[in-house]
Design a protein around this ligand. Structure first.
Ligand code: ZN
Ligand code: ZN
Length: 356
């Protein structure tokens, strides 16, 4: 049993659209039908690390938040958030974040986020992906035989700089993978029942650089994480995080209008909503949880959809909407509104394809 259950809806197969959320009874407007729970894996981009609370994702217009945990480098809006976060990570999680923080600081000269690299255009194909992960697996066997020094010793500063795999350090990928590894390790039921049941994309990397960053980060995590966590730091877990995350992550943005893109998060229970250009469901983030609420009355048997276009669907033409959805999500929108509008101005279709 995997998809979320509710008295309001059931997750069902939808013709040509995988699975979707279907109302099991009439739902009045303004009803919260789902609360996503905290993300199974997420990352706050390094650029925002001093400005976004590691627990509740609070962002105060770019101001540095008051509480900083010196051993993990995480910041919080207050002591309460720090306490809740630390308790949630457990002792092993705390040690793991500390190890990652020490590693990134010790290798700060090698830090480069993917955003600043010139990305190749081609998506790596399945075969290339398999080869890269096979190499990473072999490399990690060598890396774990490198003697580890206790965190905090002066020599820890010099850990691994001469190793090829330590030459590029991508804290954002490292952070996303570590959060997912901790989910797999500490809440294995959730990992099995929720994350592994998401629709997986077996070619999830948008560039060779992204694939390399994931493989490299895996090798680095194998070398630095506490020994007890290693059974969950595997290529299987790291690949599942990319495969499930590819189409199932939500941006963490500063406001409902999405001014700042501060990171991304995987919410398995929230991933079953399909898209419509006239959505019946609106989502809003409260802290690190998403609520899904009806914006109109929904009849039993109707599909409950959200918009993947963040509100822009209101003003875009059918061709603009379809182009954007295809580019980012890889499907042609066949919602009622798109079908209607495409029929009423079919000639535009040729124009827009001609110009692209
Ligand atoms: Zn907070
Ligand atoms: Zn549509």
């Amino acid at each position: 049993m995997s998809p979320p259950t509710s008295s309001y809806f059931a997750v069902q197969a939808i013709p040509h659209a995988g699975r979707g959320v279907v109302a099991s009874r009439r739902i009045p407007a303004g009803t919260v039908i789902l609360d996503s729970k905290a993300p199974a894996a997420h990352v706050i981009f390094r650029q925002y690390r001093r400005e976004v609370c590691a627990h509740c994702f609070e962002y105060d217009r770019g101001r540095t938040l008051p509480v900083r945990d010196s051993s993990t480098g995480k910041v919080f809006c207050d002591r309460r958030c720090q306490g809740v976060w630390l308790a949630g990570q457990g002792e092993l999680g705390g040690e793991a974040w500390e190890a990652l923080h020490t590693f990134v600081q010790a290798n700060s000269k090698a830090v480069a986020s993917l955003g600043s690299t010139l990305l190749s255009i081609a998506n790596p194909e399945r075969e290339e992906i398999d080869r890269a992960w096979y190499r990473a697996e072999k490399q990690s066997l060598r890396a774990t035989t490198t003697p580890q020094l206790p965190t905090g010793t002066p020599a820890a500063k010099a850990r691994f700089p001469s190793q090829a795999w330590a030459k590029h350090v991508d804290p954002d990928t490292l952070g996303y993978l570590l959060s997912g590894i901790l989910c797999a390790h500490q809440t294995n039921d959730r990992w099995q029942d929720e994350v592994l049941c998401l629709a997986a994309d077996d070619e999830p990397y948008k560039s060779m650089e992204e694939l390399d960053a994931h493989c490299n980060s895996f090798v680095q995590l194998r070398a630095i994480l506490p020994f007890d966590l290693l059974p969950s730091c595997t290529t299987t877990v790291c690949r599942a995080l990319a495969n499930a995350g590819s189409r199932n992550v939500f941006g963490i943005r500063s406001g409902s209008d999405g001014e700042e893109y501060m990171g991304y998060a995987m919410y398995p229970s929230a991933s079953y909503f399909n898209h419509s250009c006239t959505p019946g469901i609106a989502k809003r983030r409260t802290g690190n949880v998403w609520e899904f609420c009806t914006v109109k009355e929904i009849e039993a048997g109707d599909e409950c959809c959200i918009t993947y276009l963040g509100g822009d669907e209101k003003d875009l033409t059918v061709w603009e909407r379809r182009a954007r959805l295809d580019e980012v999500w890889g499907f042609e929108c066949m919602c009622g509104r798109c079908v209607r509008e495409a029929e009423s101005c079919p000639s535009q279709s040729l124009l827009s394809f001609g110009s692209s």
